[in-house]
Design a protein around this ligand. Structure first.
Ligand SMILES: [Zn+2]
Length: 450
């Protein structure tokens, strides 16, 4: 046996996974935002639209406040969380993970592996020289043309989908007020059923519109995220529903399109199974009436692969009803991870129940990551930077966030016998991923790319 062959044989033995790689749950940790606002928009913007052949939106770089950059802090935290989850991959390091987990609960049947990926590479300045011509390249959510070759590159959402994960955890910071203790909040998006209320609204009589509005405002989606100045929560919902269906904004009335507000068809700005076929932009260019490219919601028709997906059962599981009463498995996964983060701060003695970061009501809108992945998508604003206590945590205790995230992720995938007391603690109940994997048409997580 030659030395080279021996090496090869050793490699094969080492690389053969202890349990088949196919059964190892795949999770993507997605650190939020980054980049910078640069002009012109046509070169450095966001939301590249194939019809216009240019960016339709300005670039949003995320939160910065008093020396804390969202992209850097979030990358650091998810990197550490992945290090902790990586302990589950090898028999030799599993006891270390078990020790960490034992502060929260007990894994029934021993530690099992979780394969965690990050949605992007390390942030600038490490990669600054490779991206200096287009500093927003690593951070765009949607596919974008390479600044030199014009070749279409995969944005964050396409990179996530290519990994076919069953769980995605996006972590963000917001430069807004978190009160005395600091705060966390889920970021969730409803399913088709809820957005369709806007279609009913535009096609109803004035009297019925009033009723639809009242019902919406009384529902769990009523406290909708304000889209822009001059829009109240219901008007913001209508505007976001227009964006979801037609790619453009509505005026506050929700009854007519807002001039020059088209931002592209997001389902066709990513690489996945549900885009329209390659020539779609030829038909879409004139926004023909009574088609999926209609720019008026009242005559819009939801045809084609994406709209078929939107009305499917797994999308309803992800985004509607579910263990929290609304928001589906996405909301449950988000809440559960935040409950573990909260617990992590209490366990480590940094906070008591009385000082731990509050879990606030979710931010409700048409968010992109939770919409355009097939995975259960947790999305967290993990700290509010105007709170000095959150800034203290974000400066000194990133390891505590990371541990809460890692244990939270593990508990969503495998059962953890919860040993924590208190009504606000984690439920310790995994998401029912099996139902997504055993659909008549196959595994939903794998169907996301062809
Ligand atoms: Zn963000």
């Amino acid at each position: 046996m030659s030395f080279r062959f021996l090496l090869f044989a050793i490699l094969i033995v080492t690389l053969t996974p202890k349990c088949s790689a196919q059964n190892v749950p795949v999770v993507v940790l997605d650190p939020g935002h980054g980049g910078r606002v640069s002009s012109p928009l046509a070169v450095y913007g966001d939301k590249y639209d194939a019809i216009a052949g240019e960016y339709q939106d300005k670039f949003r770089p995320g939160a910065y406040y008093k020396g804390i950059w969202e992209n850097e802090a979030m990358y650091d935290i998810v990197f550490r969380a992945r290090e902790i989850l990586n302990l589950t991959l090898e028999e030799e390091t599993q006891p270390e993970f078990e020790k960490i987990l034992s502060r929260y609960g007990k894994a029934s049947g021993g530690i099992k592996p979780v394969q965690a990926h990050l949605s992007r590479e390390q942030s600038a300045p490490n990669i600054y020289f490779s991206i200096r011509k287009d500093p927003n390249a690593p951070y765009r959510l949607f596919d974008y043309p390479d600044i030199e070759t014009e070749e279409l590159k995969q944005g964050t959402i396409s990179r996530i989908n290519a990994l076919k994960p069953q769980l995605v955890v996006s972590v963000h910071l917001t430069a807004s007020d978190g009160g005395k203790n600091g705060a966390m909040a889920a970021v969730i998006t409803p399913g088709y059923k809820t957005f369709n209320i806007a279609r009913d609204y535009v096609n109803s009589s004035a009297a019925n519109r009033k009723k639809i509005q009242q019902n919406f405002l009384r529902s769990q989606w009523g406290n909708w995220f304000i889209a822009a100045q001059g829009y109240d929560p219901f008007e913001s919902f209508l505007c976001d529903a227009w964006i979801y269906y037609t790619g453009g904004w509505s005026n506050p009335s929700g009854l007519s399109p807002k001039k020059d507000s088209f931002r592209g068809y997001r389902q066709n700005m990513i690489s996945w199974s549900y885009s329209d076929d390659a020539d779609w932009w030829k038909e879409a260019a004139n926004h023909p009436k009574e088609t999926r490219y209609d720019s008026n919601l009242s005559s819009f028709k939801p045809n084609g692969p994406f709209w078929k997906r939107e009305t499917s059962q797994p999308e309803s599981w992800r985004r509607e009803n579910g263990p929290e009463g609304y928001g589906g498995d996405n909301f449950y996964a988000s809440q559960e991870i935040m409950r573990y983060v909260q617990t992590s701060f209490i366990q480590k003695g940094i906070d008591t129940e009385a000082t731990s970061p509050e879990i606030r009501n979710p931010y409700l809108s048409t968010w992109s990551v939770p919409t355009y992945v097939n995975a259960v998508a947790a999305y967290l604003e993990i700290a509010h930077l105007l709170s000095s206590r959150d800034r203290m945590r974000m400066t000194k205790h990133r390891d505590v966030y990371a541990e809460g995230l890692a244990v939270g992720v593990y508990s969503l995938v495998y059962p953890v016998e919860n040993k924590l007391k208190g009504k606000n603690g984690p439920k310790g109940k995994p998401v029912d991923f099996h139902k997504y994997k055993s659909l008549p048409q196959g595994n939903y997580f794998e169907a996301v790319v062809k």
